[in-house]
Design a protein around this ligand. Structure first.
Ligand code: MN
Length: 242
């Protein structure tokens, strides 16, 4: 059945669904990016994080929110070709080198690109608890994993308006909780991110509406501690990017 005949038959909600489907299909075949940065595919299906985040939120969040930030970052950098070869983490650590006219755009959209790239990378798992060196670091710096989770959620729930909560990690493997407003990232202060949770309303509103604390509590159920353990090792080896 064609979209037109479906619309003619059902009208109303079906027509809305057709309208909704069309731009998604078009965007899926969009031209490749025209700048140095690109929106990578998610490393899992949209429903992979269903235990905390519904598939529609995952798709909207990745395709439109993150996607727009990548496009806006590329647009901001378009005429600044000297910055095209600078990796995203270096760009955010050196915002002072970005021309003033595009610095805010690079901060907001480059920060958003880094934050979301990290966010997708640490999910797709089944929660549980970390092991190995990371578990030992958590015990040293927080007492135990449960305390880390409680303190992190308190920080995330306490972010006023839009922003992020993070666990930062030093080259020595020291862990700390941090929050940032908007799309700021600890890289802007020379710190590396182990994990972070997006507490912008777009991250959770479809399923949780105003109940942010329910979202932040459920989020731990989809973390991939193998991947996070790899990030911890990379931080200590000096090879962790965004
Ligand atoms: Mn987001």
């Amino acid at each position: 059945m064609t979209a037109l005949s479906r619309r003619a038959l059902f009208g109303g909600a079906a027509a809305l669904a057709t309208v909704w489907a069309a731009p998604r299909a078009a965007l899926a075949q969009a031209a490749p990016p025209t700048g140095p940065h690109r929106l990578a595919d998610l490393p899992y299906a949209f429903d992979a994080n269903e235990a905390a985040i519904d598939a529609r939120t995952m798709e909207l969040h990745w395709r439109f929110h993150h996607g727009a930030q990548v496009n806006n970052l590329n647009n901001a950098l378009r005429e600044h070709t000297a910055l095209h070869d600078m990796p995203l983490d270096r760009l955010l650590m050196n915002l002072g080198q970005v021309p003033e006219g595009v610095r805010t755009a690079v901060r907001n959209n480059g920060g958003g690109h880094a934050n979301h790239t990290m966010f997708w990378a640490i999910m797709g798992g089944r929660g549980g608890e970390p092991g190995g060196d990371l578990a030992a670091a958590i015990a040293r710096d927080f007492g135990d994993f449960s305390t880390l989770r409680t303190r992190f959620n308190q920080a995330a729930n306490g972010v006023f308006g839009s922003g992020w909560a993070f666990v930062t990690v030093t080259g020595e493997g020291r862990l700390a909780i941090a929050t940032r407003p908007n799309q700021d990232n600890p890289l802007m202060d020379g710190q590396r991110v182990l994990i972070g949770n997006d507490v912008w309303e777009h991250a959770y509103y479809l399923r949780y509406q105003n109940r942010r604390a329910e979202y932040t509590a459920a989020w731990w159920n989809v973390l991939d501690w193998n991947r996070i353990g790899e990030r911890f090792a990379a931080a200590r080896a000096g090879t962790l990017g965004v």
